[in-house]
Design a binder for this molecule. Structure first.
Ligand code: 13P
Ligand code: SF4
Length: 332
């Protein structure tokens, strides 16, 4: 017999009390899953808070690279995911495509020793490991500017993977020259060379959406995530990570209208009045939405039965170098 969400919540809370487990959820999770979490946050906060957590098991409700980052940073922890759902952007690059990007730059006269790679945390451990081995580091949407500022001190060309939008948005903010690898332009003339990856959810927002809201509600503010296209971020009043967006909106006067360009579950959970989704198409992240309350219950039950399911494992060499890339970020 199928249990209702209320019944599942009771059972999940009972198991949480009984087991040495911390439930973690990203803001894009379904409401009913999000409510069960002990730790919530943006990607940077989740990486830091889970690292500091002392439970034996981390039950991570999010996408694959998030659970994997916990395992990479704390290999002694047992990390399970109710659904090992893969972020579509993270899937756009692997270690071979990373090598191809380096070769492309070599072919255009940039030596490997003159390249400093930075990977957005939305990438798998093999890519983070490649970046770590080349002396580079990870960044998230909340610290990308700090990380790139630091990286530029080395006087090298920055290879930014996999999100072309985040790379270009930071370059624009800092007055740096960027280009997308494989597109027209001379890489030697640029500071940041961006891999051609993107988030399909954040591509849904258009300049027409912004024009629509500005016309409909004069004085409305536009707040967007840096995974949106540069044309969107350039036309926004505020650009930030999920946590930064939540804080920005919470601090607005209650009668201030704001249209938000990020995933639907997050926007829908914000103050309902005067807050709008900046798209006529519902911007849901399909992989974040895969995790259900029942999955959370089944995963906890498996821990109770002594046979954990969907446990994250990372091969030793990959773990070592990916950890170095993540720790270089955390040190900043
Ligand atoms: P944040 O780090 O801002 O939470 O972003 C994660 C993400 O996947 C956005 O699409
Ligand atoms: Fe990945 Fe985009 Fe989903 Fe974020 S919203 S997890 S970048 S697919």
């Amino acid at each position: 017999m199928q249990l209702s969400n209320d019944e599942l919540k009771i059972k999940i809370n009972e198991l949480k009390k009984k087991l040495d487990v911390t439930v973690v959820a990203h803001f894009y999770q379904r409401d009913e899953v999000f409510e069960m979490a002990d730790i919530t946050g943006d990607s940077l906060e989740l990486a830091m808070r889970t690292q500091a957590d002392s439970s034996k098991f981390i039950l991570f409700c999010g996408v694959g690279f998030m659970g994997q980052s916990v395992k990479v940073l704390s290999p002694e922890k047992r990390v399970v995911m109710p659904k090992i759902a893969c972020c579509a952007m993270a899937r756009m690059i692997d270690s071979l495509y990373f090598d191809d990007s380096v070769k492309f730059l070599n072919k255009h006269g940039i030596k490997s020793e003159d390249i400093l790679p930075i990977t957005y945390i939305n990438s798998n451990a093999d890519v983070k490991a490649k970046v770590g081995e080349m002396g580079g580091m990870v960044c998230t949407s909340s610290n990308a500017k700090v990380i790139i500022t630091k990286a530029l001190e080395e006087g090298k060309k920055i290879l930014f993977v996999p999100d072309r939008c985040l790379g270009q948005n930071i370059a624009n903010q800092m007055g740096l020259k960027s280009m997308i690898i494989g597109q027209a332009g001379d890489p030697k003339e640029c500071d940041i060379l961006c891999y051609d990856g993107f988030c399909s959810v954040h591509q849904l927002f258009t300049v027409d959406d912004i024009a629509f809201y500005r016309k409909k509600f004069p004085g409305i503010l536009i707040a967007t995530h840096p995974e949106c296209d540069p044309t969107i971020c350039d036309a926004s009043d505020f650009v930030g990570s999920t946590s930064q967006l939540i804080k920005y909106i919470a601090d607005l006067p209650v009668d201030q209208k704001v249209a938000v360009g990020t995933e639907f579950n997050l926007v829908n959970r914000l103050r309902q009045k005067n807050t709008y989704v900046l798209s006529s198409t519902k911007p849901e992240c399909p992989t974040m939405n895969e995790t259900t309350l029942e999955d959370v219950y089944v995963t906890l039950k498996a821990i109770e039965d002594g046979e954990p399911i969907n446990e994250i494992e990372v091969e030793e060499k990959t773990q070592k170098w990916a950890k170095i890339a993540l720790e270089r970020m955390l040190a900043l």
